[in-house]
Structures are given as structure tokens and as C-alpha cells.
Write a protein that binds this ligand. Sequence first.
Ligand SMILES: *Cc1c(COP(=O)(O)O)cnc(C)c1O
Length: 363
Amino acid sequence: MTQQIAPQPGILDVTPYVQGEAGTPGANRVVKLSANENPLGPSAAAQEAYRALSGELAVYPDGGHGALRRAIADLHGIDADRIVCGAGSDEILSMLCQAYAGPGLEILHTEHGFAMYAIYGKIAGATPVVVPEDTRRTDVDAILAGVTERTRLVFLANPNNPTGTLIPDAEIERLADSLPPHVLLVMDGAYAEFVREPGYDGYASLVDRRDNVVMTRTFSKAYGLGGLRIGWAYCPAHVADVLSRVRGPFNVTAAALAAAEAAVRDTAWTEHCVIQNEVWREWLARELRRAGIESDPSHANFICARFPDPATAKAADAALRDRGLIVRDVSGYNLPGCLRITVGDEAAVRAVADTLTRFMASR
Ligand SMILES: *Cc1c(COP(=O)(O)O)cnc(C)c1O
């Protein structure tokens, strides 16, 4: 036996991410409600920009992402020089871990936080630290209590996935104010577009006012471009400088840049998708409550449905699957008895409500 080369510490501790399921054997029409994709798809202008690129595939993309950064800066009223684009916001999260975490250091996330934070932390050799939430809501004091002199990154999504809950901006501000200077607060804005609270900006203005906050955003959810892999971060100047050194020169494809730029400029389509999401999310939450299934108020494009017990949730999942409706089992997020259901189009939402109402009545 020859000896095998070993990877860096931490890599073999990673449990690979399992993506939202796409299919189910037997059902002839499948509706995927497991990955929070936009059921209405991307803007027509974005699709057109993508198609137009097919004649130019031999040419390297603009490695500086200038046109997209300017479009984003115009829309949000922020500084284009401090925007960094990535192959999905996932790449940004990964680059942050690579740049700031490492062996002997810690990254921190909350109990029901997104699985990739711990995975990227481990890949970088760091130790993930998990802090409790307060009945499925971010608890700022628990985060502060979990910070040590080894903590480098705190990852937080507000609204969070998979709970959908939102805590007040003042609490996020208090968190940013209270963290020691060796810690960077990463506000993961994967669902920021869906928030309708007055004054909410996904924490762009917090980034402008502070040196220790980064905001990440994605084109995979509200913009309907998950297949293209594109996201971005808004950073303090010192972090933008670090990330620009870490990232590959052509980390984002020309097709993704072109489609995302067109999507940003098509604000009418984004608004339409966000309003449709709100209408059908609230309708679905009401119907589920009527059927005996509780959920916290969601500020995102999914509902985290709570069943009376884990066995009932499992049976409900099977009943949905029988109708070709694929949702997300979130027991792995320390939410036993819960299913995360993406707000689909009208037909999908009605099919979910109908299936679950019958299911609960039949028990
Ligand atoms: C979907 C999601 C992301 C990652 O999105 P990308 O497709 O990599 O841009 C990041 N954070 C949360 C909480 C998500 O739900």
C-alpha cells in the first residue's frame, strides 16, 4: 500500500451540502419547492442578454465586473468601488473564510443558520461555533456571548433561512456596535429583496457607516438566476481590497454578468415577483394555519411550516411528494417537525394548501 496524501485539517470533517431535491420517481409533473428559486423565472431582458452572449463565447469576461457593479451601485445608491462580485454569494462566503478564518480561529453562526457557513469555515481550517436562537429568532445577546478572541466572522441572515424570521434593524445595529474589532459581521442578504419593512436596505447603509460589516447578496433567489451562479458583496474598502486579492481574475462568467446587469435594470419585474411572493406567501400561511399547521411570519420567499410532531411532518412530506410537490426537510437545521416550502406560483401554492388541508383532515 502506498501512503495517500492527506488534505488540510478540517476538509474531511465537512459533510457535503445536500441541495434541494429536484425530482421524485413516479410523479409525472414535479414542482420543485425545495430551493427557494423564483417560480416566475428571471426577467425577459435578462434572458435576452444571456442569449445575446452566445455569439461571443470565445472572449474572456470583464474581470473587473465594471458594468454590473455600476448598475448595482445605481440601483442601491452605493459605492461601486466597494462591490465585489462572485460565482453566487456562496463564492463570497467562501472567500471571506479563506481570507479571514483559519486553523485556531472560529466562525460563528446561529442554531438554524445556513449550512454553508460551517462548511466554508471548516474548509478554511477554522472551527464553527453555533449559538442558540430564541424560538427560531436570532438572539443578538447569544451571538455576543459566543464571541471569543478567536472569532473572526459572524454569519447572519436577516431574514434567516430556513426560518424566514426577521429581527429589527436596531438589533443588527446593536450587534455591529458590540462586536470586538477583530470580528467581521457578514450580513447574508439572500432574501433581502423580499423584505417589505419600511427603511430596510439589507444593511447597505450599515456597511457605509461601519468598518466591520459586509453585506452579501445573490441573483439566485428574487432575480431567478440560480443557474448562472452570480452574487455580490458590499464591503468596507479594506475588505473589498482583500477580496479582490483572493478572488480569481475571471470568477464570474460573461453570461452571468450580462444577465445580472439586465436583471438589475428591470426593476419592474423584480417588483412584480416580490409582490406576487408576498400575496401568495400570506395566502399560504393563512391556509396552513386553518389546517392546523403553524408558521412564524416569513419575510422571505418560503414558509417554514411546523407540524405537530416529526412523524406528522414526514407523512406530510410524503403526501406532498405523491402530488409531485417537492419541499425541503429541515430537520438537519435543528428544526424537527418542520418543512420549508418555497412560495411557488399560484397553481403550486394552491396545490400545496389543498394537499396539506386534506392530509391534516385525514389524520
Ligand atoms: C440561497 C442562499 C445563499 C446562496 O446563494 P447563491 O446561489 O450562492 O448566491 C446564501 N445564503 C442563504 C441564506 C441562502 O439561502
